[in-house]
Ligand binder design. Structure first.
Ligand code: GLC
Length: 565
């Protein structure tokens, strides 16, 4: 066995200062409308989260990230915010928020909230004001309004498309057009406006003063724009490089916004944290993750990778290097509210790769479109690989972001009828893309379908399939072999094992087996192949499948105790 690489120690590890909590945290994403419903209206709510605080504590996570819980018309599952400093009345009140915060804090769980700065809801008072105030008004300056082209300005200013399909411009009654990168109900804000900037600083202070520990920043790469006329056509836009000067995304000047945010974060003790959702070229991720900026950025590479040793190793190497460049810690994600759940992805044939070599983040779309019929989902393999990938991820240096329900090994739901669908992608793509509802179905807490599998007395806002009972918390809780038991044990162990943010790769002699060692000797081995492999060790700490005679079964991960020699 030979050591083939020692990664560089991140700067923070070389000091004697205690490491900030977020650097190696396990953060559990809650999609509030689908977590637990306390008032029985079919929608999850904040008191629902409070009622499950013991569950979260027992799971062993360090922090919760709440997807938006703000007042919203739900045109985009809450990512269309009508009021940034309030709670959707269907989800509770600010007092309920404070109670939830106390319940989580008193159990040692930090709370991160989602901030959606690229766009508001069209129901936001600013947008309503902009509509009535008319062209040229200061109210319209907060958004991106333009005259149309052609006779009477009846054509959109450009032929750009929105991310959810359909045109990116919508005309208002007086003839002007507004830009919306996402749904019609999500008008883009104008980040050149001081009013907009100041208001977000106020929002950050509002939640920080209430005691939240950090922020997840939605589409962090898109805020600032250069819309100097003439505007490029869609085809011309696509030819432009992403070099910091692109008119719409990843502009260098977006970092000026985050430098201001950083001052706010650092005015608190401990400083508030932030993690950027930034879909940008890899080499540019460290800008977002730098300590002068948001401080940490998601990488979605694991989520895009097949269950494949070579791909996983490359993802880890590249992202450890990016973390070294930024001085931040790496982030790892296998599932979230925007993608097909990883237990399902891994149970489907490998995805067709896009021209840029990436598998589509829409992996599983064909399966969802077929109503979950073809290609055939191999649930057992999917779950087995999901556990192996999760245990691999949890052994890595840096932060792991989990998505509610993955601890149950939950699968994507493909059987949602057109009338039940909620995702704007479904509507705007004319049903070509069924959207993301299948990973947002309310969680099963109880084995029996009554009370929406324990979600709440008022049914479930997205239909739960019959098989949900098999994955319910109550079903898995007392089963030592369940996914939930594995997550609980692994997270508990991870706390005791956590160490410096480095790893050394150890050559295993098998292309389908990855092995790495952390500074305290903790080792992680994943067998991505199907043949069992002999693994030398001085003791198994936890394994996704039992080892016999030193053999690690296929598609399995094991954590090993420090070796004596
Ligand atoms: C982010 C969110 C996604 C949302 C979009 C627009 O990508 O994760 O759910 O639809 O932003 O706000």
């Amino acid at each position: 066995m030979s050591v083939i690489e020692q990664s560089n120690a991140p700067v923070a590890d070389q000091s004697t200062e205690p490491s900030p909590w977020w650097r190696q945290a396990v953060v559990y994403q809650i999609y509030p409308r689908s977590f637990a419903d306390a008032n029985g209206d079919g929608l999850g709510d904040l008191p629902g989260i409070t009622s499950r605080a013991d569950y979260l504590e027992e799971l062993g996570i360090d922090a919760v990230w709440l997807s938006p819980f703000y007042p919203s018309e739900l045109a985009d599952g809450g990512y269309d915010v009508a009021d940034y400093r309030n709670v959707d009345p269907r989800l509770g009140t600010l007092e309920d928020f404070d109670e939830m915060l106390d319940a989580l804090h008193s159990r040692g769980i930090k709370v991160v909230v989602d901030i959606v700065p690229n766009h508001t809801s069209d129901q936001h008072v600013w947008f309503q004001e902009a509509l009535t105030a008319g062209r040229g008004s200061p109210a319209r300056e907060r958004y991106i309004f333009r005259e149309g082209k052609g006779e009477d300005g009846a054509q959109a200013p450009t032929d750009w498309e929105s991310m959810f399909g359909g045109p990116a411009w919508t005309q208002v009654a007086d003839g002007q057009w507004y830009l919306h990168t996402f749904a019609v109900e999500q008008p883009d804000l104008n980040w050149a406006s001081r009013d907009v900037r100041d208001d977000f600083l106020r929002t950050l202070r509002f939640w920080s003063d209430r005691g939240v520990d950090g922020f997840r920043v939605d589409v962090a790469h898109a805020l600032t724009k250069d819309l100097t006329e003439p505007l490029p056509s869609r085809v011309d836009l696509e030819k432009l490089p992403f070099d910091g000067n692109h008119p719409l995304v990843d502009r260098d000047d977006v970092q000026e916004v985050y430098a201001e945010w950083r001052k706010v974060f650092n005015s608190y003790d401990p400083p508030r944290t932030a993690v950027a959702e930034a879909w940008v070229d890899k080499a540019r991720v460290p800008r977002y993750a730098s300590p002068e900026g948001l401080g940490q950025a998601f990488n979605f590479d694991l989520l895009e990778a097949d269950f494949d040793a070579g791909q996983f190793e490359t993802v880890v190497r590249e992202n450890m290097e990016l973390a070294r460049v930024s001085g931040s810690s790496s982030t790892w994600v296998l599932s979230n509210h925007d993608v097909t759940r990883h237990a399902t992805r891994y149970g489907l044939p490998h995805p067709v790769r896009e021209p840029n070599g990436h598998p589509s983040v829409k992996h599983g779309l064909d399966w969802i479109l077929s109503g979950g019929v073809t290609p055939e989902l191999d649930r057992v393999t999917g779950e087995r690989r999901a556990r192996a990938a999760t245990l691999f991820m949890l052994g890595l240096p840096g932060s792991s972001y989990l998505y509610q329900g993955e601890e149950l090994g939950l699968h994507e739901v493909a059987t949602i009828s057109a009338t039940d669908r909620q995702d704007p992608t479904f509507f705007r793509s004319g049903g070509v893309d069924l959207g993301r509802d299948g990973c947002r179905v309310p969680l099963p807490w109880a084995a029996s379908p009554e009370s929406a599998f324990g979600f709440g007395e008022g049914g479930s806002h997205l239909p739960q399939p019959d098989w949900f009972g098999r994955y319910a918390v109550a079903t898995e809780e007392d089963n030592p072999d369940s996914s939930l038991s594995l997550y609980r044990r692994a997270l508990q162990l991870r706390r005791t094992l956590q160490t410096g943010e480095q790893l050394e790769w150890i050559d295993t002699g098998h292309a389908d087996v990855l092995r790495f060692r952390r500074p305290n000797g903790w080792e992680v081995v994943t067998n991505f192949g199907t043949d069992p492999r002999l693994i030398e060790s001085d003791g198994v700490l936890i394994a996704t499948n039992e080892m016999t005679d030193g053999m690690l079964p296929g598609e399995s991960t094991v954590w090993l105790a420090p070796r004596h020699s």
